[in-house]
Design a protein around this ligand. Structure first.
Ligand code: HEM
Ligand SMILES: N[C@@H](CC(=O)c1ccccc1NC=O)C(=O)O
Length: 492
């Protein structure tokens, strides 16, 4: 039986806002009972600066979650407890290893309810932490959005999250549209599929523009040195002072309390980007695994890719939605089955090219906000460590600087990790290259079967742009070249 195309409402996905809630998140919990949490999160920066946060949190009563009445309230509780917990862990000279019961007990209950891990995820920091400036205006633009909470109180941190909120909102209409395209492919409606793919490529291009707005108001130095340390989880955090992870003290027997490790918040936990991959049948392998390697390995199940692993850090219904989308994704096979339809092939390849270009822009951001900043911080800390040695001081590295002299062949530091724990640049480059693979594969098949290439067709504006942004996609490049040699005037 053919799997049913998932219905958005069944998975807490909104037709207008996608994975953002349809209504703006709650700005406070309505029941006065939760005032102690609200007071802390309202004064988070002051409490961190005065070094009083840890004492205040330890003296908090263990509040029950029984008074949370609906989904928006559960989400707010999870979001603010995540902020409080990460400020508690990372807001001191040394990170705190043991999280006390006033946080752990209610946080674990919100996690059970929302099917999320007990860490500040993308959902808590971004999806459930925004507000429109004006309720009457649209929410898919940076000019009408603000964040509710930040660790640092800085505009840079607000902007850092805001860019993601705007991308989620602007990308949202692509969800119902691409499910519609899947349905059109089932019905064999090639024109509708082409139209949806062209709109998709166009919108992904817009998301790339939004992404590069990051530079406008988020300073790389502030990001790396002030904001990013609070986003870290407890996995791979030895260099930052958490060699074993953290202990969730739930008030029970001490000997039953074990260390746990969770990845920190990361945009890899955003469901929208994974949705884009799934509808186009882009597949991600574990980092370092080359195409085709999986066939030669042993019978053991392959390790999941980091991107796939991050689904465990998405709200349960959203992760289930992605699983269902994976079952019904048919556009790639539809395009392959109709490879004589060159307009269809080109529209599909242009979508892949735009998604790949989005990842390329992101890699440039990562190099400015992390790679360059980490090198600068290392230089500073080496200069300072000379001074410190003289004074016998020892400093804890909260910006997670890797051990020095650990370089790989690209001159990048091996130890550099994303907040999610990925190997950063090799991981991101591989994810970008995998995005173009369906197009490259289709082209190889075409060559083998000696089929004629998609030359001489009319390119839409976006396809023309796409053909230049993905030189590694031979199909698009060929069309582009053909167009050039024919006078270059055959696009619409
Ligand atoms: C200063 C801004 C940003 C920095 C420094 C940054 C950094 C990173 C890093 C280091 C990773 C690797 C995964 C990890 O371990 O966390 C990552 C993954 C990712 N980031 Fe960002 N990011 C930024 C903003 C954004 C924004 C605004 C988006 C929205 C589209 C985004 C989308 C992604 C995606 C989708 C992944 C998963 C990898 C992939 O699918 O290609 N990032 N980011
Ligand atoms: N992976 C990024 C952090 C990141 O992308 C992120 C972390 C928490 C909440 C949102 C994030 N991304 C953009 O809003 C890093 O390693 O710095």
């Amino acid at each position: 039986m053919v799997a049913q195309i998932p219905n958005l409402a069944d998975y807490d996905v909104s037709v207008e806002n996608g994975f953002l809630p349809a209504q703006p998140p709650l700005e406070s919990l309505p029941d006065e009972y939760y005032k102690p949490w609200e007071d802390i999160v309202k004064n988070l920066q002051g409490l961190v600066l005065s070094k009083r946060l840890r004492g205040v949190v330890e003296k908090l009563p263990v509040l029950s979650t029984d008074r949370l009445q609906d989904l928006p309230q559960w989400r707010r509780a999870y979001s603010i407890l995540g902020f409080i917990m990460h400020a508690y862990i990372w807001g001191g000279n040394k990170p705190a290893e043991r999280i006390p019961p006033p946080i752990t007990i209610p946080l674990m209950e919100t996690c059970d309810h929302l099917e999320l891990p007990p860490v500040a995820t993308y959902a808590g920091l971004v999806l459930w932490n925004w507000k429109p400036l004006f309720e009457s205006e649209r929410t898919d633009t940076l000019s009408n959005l603000d964040m509710l909470h930040t660790f640092t109180g800085s505009m840079d941190e607000k902007w850092f999250y805001l860019v993601s909120v705007a991308i989620e909102a602007r990308g949202a209409p692509l969800i119902p549209m691409m499910l519609h395209a899947i349905d059109a492919a089932r019905r064999g409606d090639r024109n509708m599929v082409i139209q949806c793919l062209r709109n998709f490529a166009e919108r992904i291009d817009e998301l790339g523009v939004l992404l590069t707005k990051m530079y406008d108001n988020c300073d790389p130095h502030v990001f790396y040195n002030r904001i990013r340390p609070f986003l870290a989880g407890s996995k791979n955090m030895a260099d930052a002072g958490l060699p074993n992870g953290v202990v969730f003290d739930n008030g029970g027997a001490i000997n039953k309390q074990r260390y746990v490790q969770f990845s920190g918040g990361s945009n890899a936990q955003s469901s929208i980007i994974q949705f884009f991959d799934l509808v186009l049948s882009v597949e991600h392998r574990p980092t370092g695994q080359k195409k085709g390697d999986e066939q030669h390995s042993s019978k053991k199940a392959p390790p999941p890719s980091f991107i796939h692993e991050m689904r465990k850090y998405m709200p349960g219904p959203h992760a289930r939605f992605l699983k269902e989308v994976g079952k019904v994704a048919n556009l790639r096979s539809f395009v392959e089955e109709n490879s004589y339809d060159h307009a269809l092939t080109v529209a599909f390849d242009a979508s892949l090219a735009m998604l790949s270009a989005l990842r390329d822009k992101h890699i440039q951001i990562v190099s400015r906000y992390i790679i360059i900043q980490s090198a600068a911080a290392k230089k500073r800390s080496e200069a300072e460590s000379g001074k410190d040695q003289k004074h016998g001081e020892k400093r804890v590295d909260l910006a997670h600087r890797p051990k020095s002299n650990d370089k790989d062949k690209d001159g990048e530091k091996k130890g550099l990790k994303g907040t999610g724990g990925s190997t950063l640049i090799p991981f991101l480059r591989q994810a970008r290259d995998e995005t173009g693979e369906p197009a490259v594969d289709a082209w190889a098949r075409r060559l083998l079967s000696k089929e004629k290439g998609p030359a001489g067709i009319q390119l839409s504006h976006i396809e023309r742009r796409a053909s230049r942004s993905m030189p590694q996609c031979p199909g698009l490049a060929t069309v582009w070249q053909a167009e050039q040699s024919e006078g270059g005037l055959c696009f619409t």
